[in-house]
Design a protein around this ligand. Structure first.
Ligand SMILES: Nc1ncnc2c1ncn2[C@@H]1O[C@H](COP(=O)(O)OP(=O)(O)OP(=O)(O)O)[C@@H](O)[C@H]1O
Length: 838
């Protein structure tokens, strides 16, 4: 139905309602406790089943769970009210030509069949829907309503509407345009509500139900009732097509609970398998994945157009209030919670009369083209018959058959390759997306843990995102599971693709033996070559797309890092502002922090990057001059530069002369920036703190004085005749196009005669005297500072521990140690050192 047009499209998400059934009489008699509470018609609280005991002092509330849904119904709600709140709003849409679906989900005995089909006294959603459809369309002769009723039992589709025993197997076909369709299903032209009610009741009696330990009339199949509404506009001749699918899913169950064996156990396994497939589809749709495993079960294949895509979907999750069903109820609620994130975009199915004309025109053009091809073939055959007979031992019909077989085999091989390649590409795309989402989710969790910040850093919170930390964690484990599954699928697909390619190659080699007509052989070879080239092009396009996505992700990372740098610089500027002006004069434009790679990971994490960067703190506009173009828009490096990068990578260096080796650079999460850096220990007695923000506590592990002493500022004068080494880091950043070129170092020769900074007047002042520091230094273990400013470093108690550490480190790390690149004097020149209070 290529003429079907989507004249109006609406994007929304699946609407999820939860219905809690009342406790049955037998449950009440057996002292089953009601642990499900529905509040404000939206909130579902699942109490801790441990709290069901009467020992109130020992109640463990840790298992209590809360969920919010679009709607929630308590046990007093009738089927009529459920219908009015969930399905009635969809009726108008069906008449306007939209696809809609309502499905009941839940564990066995939770009340799905009661909700969807109901009883004589309390008809369910299906009956009310048909009633309402007839009421709204009235006796309009332009509206036709066609229904069918089917079940999916043990992965087989059966017709529940058939009266003549044909309810054997139905065939499911998938049309790329109209979606899944059932061949041979009994379609019922509904004339009245009563007709449809009869169909429902009779069909339901044919449905497979068996008593289990959990439910005396447990449905062992998924029942799908489909209503197709066709409305013709008499004036424009346009036809709108709406389809409503009402689905009563079989109950999810645990074999241990239902005490099933034999056939029941097999049924249960099939039910759970199809529900698992449904769950996987829900997860994939909810996270916006491009690959949705609809093909994993008959149920998901059938519901393909009822779940995602062109459909307005309503999910009614049924739960039991029994404390014995806690796990099942929790699983159902989690499932339903996940389904809230599925986005659907429904479009109106409208057929214009002109479309028919266009359809026929296309068909005629196709037929003409086919006739021309056949004519050409005939001419070619006539010409080939005039050629001398081909040398062959076998008779002609055998040869023809052999070539025909080869043709069929190669077509099959190519078709299989196309489908494998396509699936592989989908899986790879999904993996890239999962990876990005996993990174984001972890970032949010880290933010949350550190600052209680809910929104995703760097962007506003999306409404479909999880709301609680636990939901984020669930999401992470879900994504990790999906990634593992996709990874497995990718491996198996790659293997099959490889086998397919080998089979294709073998067929190619067999061609001269199996097709003896040279022209035909050349023609087939050509066709195969074209196909193979098409696949290769497809593959290249795919890799290009993956690469592009990776670049987009990298761009995001860069943006995040820039934000971190900006934050840190703000902080440094604020700290500098606290220094007296004459001391500020002594400071360089750029700040360098002491190497923190020597500290334990948990303490130096955020600062690891800092040793590779040397931002200006006096020039806040520096960032604005950076090359902010996305990576993918920058010029490619030439091969020599790339070779140098690879060499740097092998050396393990984070920063090279050529640019930043992004792969070797360990990136901190934005949330890890605390504005607090532990500098180094002072003779093993006290730690020095750099850039401690106001009101922040000392990190654990640092000996504290009570109260934690305020920051003291010690400005360290630059060394006499010291020539600062131009930093490789800045050069590298500039070379990479990330930072502006570094400014030439200040000429400090004129400072040689400058007097050192004023000594502190007394010990109560905030400056520490050289003498006192020297005294302290005398008590500390032997120091090993080197280089031109060693004496000064010693005077201020700053110890360069690098030589000792270098000896401790394995040789391959020593070579690439960032310490070699850092001039301790330049670092010391920027320090704000915390000194003892007295
Ligand atoms: N809202 C309700 N009010 C009264 N009784 C209910 C309600 N919901 C369910 N029941 C009763 O609970 C029992 C189990 O319900 P039902 O058969 O609908 O469960 P189910 O979820 O379809 O189970 P299965 O998946 O095993 O078929 C039935 O006896 C039904 O009448």
């Amino acid at each position: 139905m290529s003429s079907t047009g989507a004249c109006e499209e609406e994007a929304s998400r699946i609407s999820v309602a939860v219905r809690c059934r009342p406790l049955s009489n037998s449950e009440k008699n057996n002292e089953v406790v009601d642990i499900c509470r529905v509040m404000d018609q939206r909130l579902v609280i699942l109490l801790d089943p441990g709290a069901a005991s009467t020992d109130y002092l020992r109640h463990d509330k840790s298992k209590e769970k809360r969920f919010a849904f679009d709607q929630a119904f308590d046990p007093e709600t009738s089927n009529q009210q459920i219908f009015q709140a969930t399905t009635q709003p969809l009726i108008g849409s069906i008449l306007q030509g939209f696809n809609c679906s309502v499905f009941a989900y839940g564990s066995t005995g939770a009340g799905k069949t009661f909700t969807m089909i109901g009883t004589q006294q309390s008809p369910g959603v299906m009956s009310h829907t048909v009633d309402s459809l007839f009421a709204q369309s009235g006796s309009d002769p332009c509206v036709s309503i066609v229904c069918c009723f089917i079940e999916v039992y043990n992965e087989v589709l059966r017709d529940l509407g058939s009266k003549d025993g044909r309810e054997g197997m139905l065939d499911l076909r998938e049309d790329p345009v109209t979606g899944p369709s059932l061949t041979g299903v009994t379609e019922f032209q509904a004339q009245s509500v009563e007709d449809v009610m009869k169909l429902l009741q009779e069909g339901n009696q044919r449905r497979t139900t068996e008593p289990t330990a959990m439910n005396v009339t447990s449905s062992r199949s998924h029942a799908v009732f489909q209503v197709r509404v066709e409305r013709r506009d008499l004036r424009s001749e346009a036809v709108t097509l709406g389809k409503l699918s009402l689905i009563d899913l079989a109950g999810s169950e645990r074999a241990s609970q239902t005490h099933n064996s034999g056939m029941r156990l097999l049924e249960g396994a099939n039910i759970n398998r199809s529900l698992l497939a449904l769950g996987n589809c829900i997860n994939a749709l909810a996270s916006g994945s491009v690959f949705v495993p609809f093909r994993d079960s008959k149920l998901t294949r059938l519901l393909k157009d009822s779940l995602g895509g062109n459909c307005r979907t309503m999910m009614i999750a049924n739960v039991s209030p029994s404390h014995l069903s806690y796990e099942d109820t929790l699983n159902t609620l989690k499932y339903a919670n996940r389904a809230k994130n599925i986005r659907v975009s429904a479009s109106q199915q409208l057929i214009q009369p002109d479309d028919h004309v266009r359809q026929y025109t296309h068909a005629i053009a196709d037929l003409r083209q086919e006739a021309a091809i056949l004519k050409a073939k005939l001419v070619k055959r006539a010409a080939s018959q005039s050629l001398p007979e081909i040398e062959a031992d076998g008779d002609e019909s055998e040869l023809k058959e052999a070539s025909e077989n080869w043709k069929l085999e190669i077509i099959k091989n190519l078709e299989a390759r196309a489908s494998l390649q396509f699936s592989l590409m989908e899986v790879e795309k999904a993996l890239v997306q999962w990876k990005a989402e996993l990174g984001q989710a972890k970032e949010v969790i880290a933010c949350w843990q550190e600052r209680g910040q809910v929104a995703t850093p760097g962007r506003p919170r999306r409404s479909s995102e999880p709301r609680t930390l636990e939901e984020w964690r669930d999401l992470v484990s879900q994504i990790e599971e999906n990634m593992a599954e996709n990874g497995e699928t990718r491996r198996s697909l790659s293997k099959r693709l490889q086998q397919n390619k080998e089979a294709g190659k073998e067929l190619q080699e067999q061609l001269p033996r199996r097709v003896l007509n040279e022209d035909l052989r050349a023609f087939l070879e050509l066709i195969q070559r074209v196909k193979v080239l098409e696949f290769e092009r497809l593959e290249l396009e795919h890799f290009w797309e993956i690469h592009r996505r990776q670049l987009v992700n990298r761009d995001d990372e860069i943006a995040m890092l820039r934000e971190q740098l900006r934050l840190r610089n703000d902080h440094l500027l604020a700290q500098r502002a606290r220094l007296p002006e004459e001391h500020q004069e002594l400071l360089d434009d750029r700040a360098f922090l002491l190497g923190t790679a020597e500290l334990p990971v948990q303490e130096h994490g955020p600062l690891r990057v800092m040793q590779a960067w040397a931002p200006s703190v006096k020039d806040p506009e520096e960032f604005e001059r950076w090359d902010t173009r996305p990576l993918r828009q920058r010029e490619r490096k030439n091969s020599t530069e790339e070779a140098q990068d690879i060499a740097d990578l092998e050396m393990g260096a984070a920063v090279s002369d050529r640019g930043i080796n992004w792969k070797a650079l360990e990136l901190p999460l934005a949330s890890q920036i605390k504005g607090l850096a532990i500098l180094q220990e002072d003779g093993g007695e006290r730690s020095r703190i750099l850039a401690q923000p106001q009101g922040q506590q000392a990190p654990s592990g640092i000996p504290q004085q009570a109260p934690y002493p305020p920051l003291r500022q010690v400005a360290i004068p630059p060394p006499v005749n010291h020539k600062p080494t131009p930093t490789r880091q800045l050069t590298s950043l500039a070379a990479h196009g990330v930072a502006p070129a570094p400014r030439p170092p200040r000429d400090r020769s004129d400072r040689s005669d400058r007097s050192p900074p004023p000594a502190p007047r007394d010990r109560s002042s905030h400056m520490t005297s050289d003498a006192s520091l020297r005294t302290r230094h005398a008590r500390s273990p032997p120091l090993v500072p080197r280089g031109p400013g060693a004496a000064l470093l010693r005077a201020y108690g700053v110890r360069d521990r690098e030589p000792q550490r270098q000896m401790d480190r394995p040789a391959q790390y020593r070579k690439s140690s960032p310490w070699r690149r850092v001039d301790p004097i330049r670092k010391a020149g920027k320090l704000m050192v915390q000194t003892p209070g007295r």
